[in-house]
Design a protein around this ligand. Sequence first.
Ligand code: UTP
Length: 291
Amino acid sequence: MGAITKAVIPAAGRGTRFLPATKAQPKEMLPIVDTPTIQYVVEEAVACGITDILIITGKDKRSIEDHFDRSIELEMCLEKGNRQQVVKDLRRISEMANIHYVRQAEQKGLGDAILHARYHVDNEPFVVLLGDAVVYSEGRPCIGQLVDCFDKVGGPVIGLEKVPKEKVSRYGIMDGQKIGPRTFVLSDLVEKPSIEEAPSAYAVGGRYLLTPDIFKYLETTKPGKNGEIQLTDALRRQLGERPVFGYQYEGLRYDIGNRLDYLMTQVEFGLRREDLKGPFLAYLKRKLKAG
Ligand code: UTP
């Protein structure tokens, strides 16, 4: 099997759960400490051998393109101030991968966003990383784990995350059979079930390895929940006709699209930063003590 080199990052959503911050800027550009969320996502893909990235953008998303482009004026200004290291760091961002963009004119859902990648990915398997979700992993990055699983099973692989029972109603939940370490063959996907109805505690975790036949299902998937074309609906149809797998990745998922998770993400990433950890932890301890 040829290596997987293409990634699709949907980043065209409205981000209505994060208004007013997302009124005029993409939620994917919200920073975690000092780095936009979508940069972590691109870096995860690049670390796993992805060389070609298609970002699905839309209205008010120009800053994503600017971020991954060079800013010659800024570089010149920094060079004048003898800040060569900063210039080097900034250049690295624009040289990480070949990044392409396609605009989703109407926010018709995640399934529709991925359908916009059809002609770009052509007839190859590809990975999908949601632009508003970061997965922190100390070992192999999440999307690489899905690629490794694909090399074994030879079919689409959905990244899965085990969630506490009381949270199942927030996610797409899978039903399926365990066939190996962390590996499942799926029999169904249920969107946001109640605790009683949830067939498992494994949630769809914002990372996918898809095969090009998904496009034929997406093309004919009718709008579902919220009037949006849902990727889950297309995957349900696909798994009825061919084996679709799930892989419980090692790593922690941070969904920055809602306020509480965003705050927790800042704290955890702040504490992982060598340059901030000491004073930040001291501050948090003082705060907790004060109540
Ligand atoms: P979400 O459902 O979390 O994004 O989609 P949203 O619609 O922006 O969120 P809310 O509910 O209004 O706050 C997950 C990912 O899919 C992208 C989003 O940008 C996000 O990265 N997406 C979603 C699209 O690219 N297009 C869409 O039509 C919907």
